[in-house]
Design a protein around this ligand. Structure first.
Ligand SMILES: Cc1ncc(COP(=O)(O)O)c(C=O)c1O
Length: 424
C-alpha cells in the first residue's frame, strides 16, 4: 500500500464531514475574550475550554508575560540542557514543588512531553505499569516508549487494579511496579479514587504512584493545589505531574517528586527535556502570575465550583444523565458519533462552542459533547447555554428518558468514589 493509499480513506472521510457541514474540529477562532469567542463572523459562548479559572485574559497575568519578554526575549534559544535554561524556570520549579507539596519539580515545554519523557526514562522492560484505561494518550505514549509491560485496568476500578497489582508483583519481583492515573479525567470529569489507590501501598510498599493532574491543578483541593491535596494523599503519591495548558493559562508542564536522585536522573534523561527547546519566558512568567492570583483570590476557585454545581443541576433538570462529580468537565452523553457531530454543529449554529469527543478519546459508540466551565462565565452565559442544550436535547432525544436501557453508560451513576476519593 502506498502512503497516498494509506491516507486517502481518512482524508476522504474528513472531506465528506466538511461537505456535510458537520466536521467540528480545528475551528479557526479569530478573537477570544475567554468565555466568549469569535469564529469568523459568529460570536459564541465558549464551553469547551480548559481555561478553568479564566486567567488567560487576566490583566495581571498578561502584564507579567509582557514584562518577561523585555528581559528574556520571545524564544528560549535552545533546550534547557544547553543554553535555554533560565533563572525563571528554576523559580517556577521551586514554586510548583511547594504548591503541590513536593520537594522538587522539573518544568518541560508541554504536559505531553512530561509524560512522554518522564515515564519513558524512568521505566524499562523489567517493569510493569498499571494504567487506568481512560488515561490520557500522552501517558500511554510514555508507557510505550519505556518498553515496560502495560497493564490497563477498568476505569477507576480499585478492585481490578489491586488484582492486577498482586499478579504483577508476583510475576515481576525485581521490576518496578507503578500505578498511573489521572486525578480528574479529561473527558468524563471523573475524579480518581486516589485514597483507595494509595491504600494499596500498605500491602505493597514498593508500589509507585504517578498522578497526572492536568485537570485537577488549580481546580481541586484547598487553594487549587490539586487532586492529591483534595484526597489528602499528597505524601503517598510519588510523582505529581501537571500542565500549564489548563487552569494556569499558558502551555508547559512539570513533574514533582520528593526524591532528589530521581529528579536529577529525570532531568538528565528525559529525552523531551534534553532534545526539545525550553519553555519561553513569557509562558513561565504567566504561570508564576497565575499562582500569585490563585493565592490572592481563592474565591475564583469557589466561583468555579458554584458554576459547576449550577450547570450540573441544570443538566439534570433538563433530564440529561450526569455523573456525580464536582469538576468543571461535564460531558453531555450522546452515543453514536454521527449524532454527536450533528449535535455539536447545531450548538455552534446556536452560538455555543463545545466539541464532540469520539473514539479513541472515549469508547466506540459512546460519544459525548465535552462541556467545560470557567470561573469567568457569567449568569447570562450559563442561562443561555442551558436553554440551548435543553431545546436541542429534546429535539435530538438524548435525555435519559429517550435512551434505550441497554445504553448503560448513559445511566446516571452513583459514583461515590468520585466524590470522596475513597477517603475514610
Ligand atoms: C490528562 C492530560 N495529561 C496530559 C495532557 C497534555 O498536556 P499538554 O496540553 O500540556 O501537552 C493533557 C492535555 O490535554 C491531558 O488532558
Amino acid at each position: 500500500m502506498t502512503l497516498k493509499e494509506r491516507c486517502y480513506p481518512f482524508a476522504h472521510m474528513i472531506r465528506t464531514g466538511k461537505e456535510e457541514g458537520i466536521y467540528p474540529y480545528f475551528r479557526p477562532v479569530t478573537r477570544t475574550w475567554g468565555p466568549e469567542v469569535d469564529v469568523g463572523d459568529r460570536h459564541l459562548i465558549m464551553v469547551g475550554s480548559n481555561d478553568y479559572l479564566g486567567l488567560t485574559h487576566d490583566p495581571r497575568v498578561r502584564e507579567a508575560a509582557i514584562r518577561s519578554l523585555s528581559s528574556y526575549g520571545t524564544g528560549p534559544g535552545g533546550s534547557r540542557f544547553l543554553c535555554g535554561n533560565m533563572a525563571l524556570h528554576e523559580v517556577l520549579e521551586d514554586r510548583l514543588a511547594a504548591f503541590v507539596g513536593k520537594k522538587r519539580a522539573i518544568v518541560h515545554t508541554t504536559g505531553f512531553s512530561v509524560n512522554l519523557g518522564a515515564i519513558g526514562c524512568l521505566l524499562n522492560s523489567d517493569d510493569v505499569i498499571l494504567c487506568d484505561r481512560e488515561d490520557h494518550y500522552s501517558i500511554f505514549e510514555g508507557c510505550r516508549s519505556s518498553r515496560a509491560k502495560i497493564v490497563p485496568f477498568p476505569h477507576n476500578d480499585v478492585e481490578a487494579a489491586s488484582r492486577k497489582l498482586a499478579h504483577a508483583v508476583q510475576k515481576h519481583p525485581d521490576g518496578v511496579v507503578i500505578l498511573i492515573t489521572e486525578g480528574v479525567f479529561s473527558m468524563s470529569g471523573d475524579v480518581a479514587p486516589l485514597a483507595d489507590f494509595a491504600r494499596l501501598k500498605k500491602k505493597y510498599p514498593n508500589l509507585w504512584m504517578y498522578l497526572d493532574d492536568a485537570h485537577g491543578l488549580g481546580v481541586m483541593g484547598p487553594g487549587g493545589k490539586g487532586t492529591a491535596a483534595h484526597c489528602g494523599v499528597t505524601s503517598q503519591i510519588d510523582f505529581i505531574m501537571g500542565t500549564f495548558s489548563k487552569a494556569l493559562a499558558s502551555i508547559g508542564g512539570f513533574i514533582a517528586s520528593d526524591d532528589d536522585d530521581i529528579i536529577e536522573y529525570m532531568k538528565h534523561n528525559s529525552k523531551t527535556l534534553i532534545f526539545s527547546a525550553a519553555l519561553p519566558a513569557s509562558n513561565v512568567a504567566t504561570v508564576l502570575a497565575c499562582l500569585d492570583v490563585l493565592e490572592e483570590e481563592p474565591e475564583r476557585i469557589q466561583r468555579l465550583r458554584d458554576i459547576t454545581r449550577q450547570v450540573r443541576e441544570g443538566y439534570r433538570r433538563i433530564g440529561l444523565a450526569v455523573r456525580e462529580s464536582e469538576t468543571p468537565i461535564i460531558p453531555i452523553r450522546i452515543g453514536p458519533e454521527e449524532k454527536a457531530y450533528v449535535f455539536a454543529q447545531e450548538l455552534f449554529e446556536n452560538g455555543v462552542f463545545a466539541l464532540p469527543a469520539v473514539f479513541p478519546a472515549v469508547p466506540k459508540g459512546q460519544a459525548v459533547i465535552r462541556t467545560a466551565y470557567m470561573s469567568t462565565h457569567e449568569q447570562r452565559h450559563i442561562d443561555y447555554v442551558l436553554e440551548t442544550v435543553d431545546r436541542l436535547a429534546r429535539k435530538h432525544r438524548i435525555r435519559s428518558v429517550d435512551l434505550p436501557e441497554s445504553e448503560a453508560f448513559l445511566e446516571p451513576c452513583d459514583f461515590a468514589a468520585a466524590k470522596s476519593c475513597g477517603a475514610q
